[in-house]
Design a binder for this molecule. Structure first.
Ligand code: FAQ
Length: 326
């Protein structure tokens, strides 16, 4: 039988009390190993999603229909890279280095969001991603601003502000198309038809199949279950779709007076599982491109490391002789 040292029990009691009081756990605080590894798992998956998520929209930067749209799209895609950096930094505070996490992404040992394995076929997809994908991301991430782990919660505050801008630009883009020519309206509708169901899958498996929800909610990493947030998202989107003059591709959407929510049709979880297994329409393309970008960026990392080493050498010499070298 293993015995638990009294200091261990005392540290665990402090951790439990901090979580119960809705205060934040900070990097130097003691935390259970399982709490640490679950946070690394979720934050890494989130960070990977942000950087892989740059690809579908970046595909349209060179073909944006005006300078204004191009500037907005470039800023948005750049924001997603920034979100990746905040999140990798949050993971670093837990002892998980960026190299290690990227290695796990590239070798398929860590996931990224299923949504980014779908193609962007037309310009309207940029609008649908902003409205639906960023909209789903905000619905999921606003509660994460109250996550029990301080660095993750604080990163989420800035991320959510930027995601709201992204969501609005997508909505405005779709509204312009919806009110445009018949062909533009049809293009907007087609994009919404293709992105609606995958957006609902972003919230994760149904609650009764969600392996991590119960523990993550007990630790106050997650504040709401996958199904609760999915329902919240549907309730937000239905009136917005109406205002856009577009329909959502679900014949079962009905207001349920008793529940005070919109009922919606069954989600194709077999498709979700296939995408997670690597068999979505763009899995290979996305991960292949990410690996290539990493390999092609090796010289930048080497140059930065060489520069840092030289600066450190110079600083050491200056400290020793009062003189700098080139
Ligand atoms: N895709 O037990 P649960 C964005 C995995 S950011 C792939 O329910 P949990 C911004 C899950 O990891 C989008 N895998 O898991 C943007 C677990 O596998 P594991 C990303 C999924 O953690 C916009 C297994 O299934 N956002 O879009 C998915 O309690 C536009 C069992 O699931 C975040 O990551 C999925 N959809 O709940 C960027 C938010 N769902 O780890 C560019 C933070 C589940 O055991 C353009 N993450 N899995 O191998 C979370 O809130 C949670 O991790 C959930 C999943 C809700 C995603």
């Amino acid at each position: 039988m293993t015995t638990i040292a009294p200091e261990e029990t005392a540290r665990e009691a402090v951790f439990d009390a901090t979580v119960a009081a809705d205060e934040r756990i900070e990097p130097r605080d003691w935390m259970p190993d399982a709490y640490r590894s679950s946070l690394v798992r979720q934050i890494a998956q989130h960070a990977h999603s942000e950087i892989i998520g740059m690809q579908p929209e970046a595909n349209w930067i060179t073909r944006a229909p005006s300078l204004r749209r191009k500037a907005i799209l470039m800023a948005k895609v750049q924001d997603e890279a920034g979100h990746g950096l905040y999140l990798y930094s949050a993971a670093e505070t837990l002892g998980a280095g960026r190299d290690e996490l990227l290695d796990k992404l590239h070798s398929g040992r860590q996931k990224y969001s299923s949504i980014f394995n779908y193609p962007t076929l037309t310009w309207a997809d940029v609008g649908a991603i902003g409205w639906l994908v960023d909209g789903a991301a905000i619905t999921n991430q606003v509660p994460l601003c109250r996550c029990s782990y301080g660095p993750y919660a604080r990163a989420m505050i800035r991320v959510c502000k930027e995601e709201s801008f992204h969501q609005r630009q997508g909505y405005e883009l779709l509204l312009t198309l919806s009110r445009g020519t018949d062909a533009q309206h049809a293009m907007a509708q087609d994009a919404v038809n293709r992105w609606w169901w995958p957006s609902l899958m972003m919230f994760g498996p149904p609650d009764d199949e969600s392996a991590h929800s119960a523990q993550s909610m007990a630790w106050k990493i997650k504040r709401h279950s996958n199904d609760e947030l999915r329902q919240r998202f549907v309730d937000i989107c239905v009136p917005q779709a109406e205002a856009l003059g577009l329909t959502l591709p679900d014949p079962d959407l009905r207001w349920n007076e008793e529940r005070g929510h919109w009922d919606f049709g069954p989600i194709d979880w077999a498709e979700f599982r296939e995408v997670l297994k690597g068999n979505g329409p763009c899995n290979e393309e996305r991960i292949g491109r990410r690996r290539r970008a990493h390999e092609e960026g090796a010289w930048v990392r080497e140059a930065a490391a060489a520069h840092a080493a030289r600066k450190a050498r110079n600083a050491a010499r200056t400290a020793g002789t009062g003189e700098a070298t080139r």
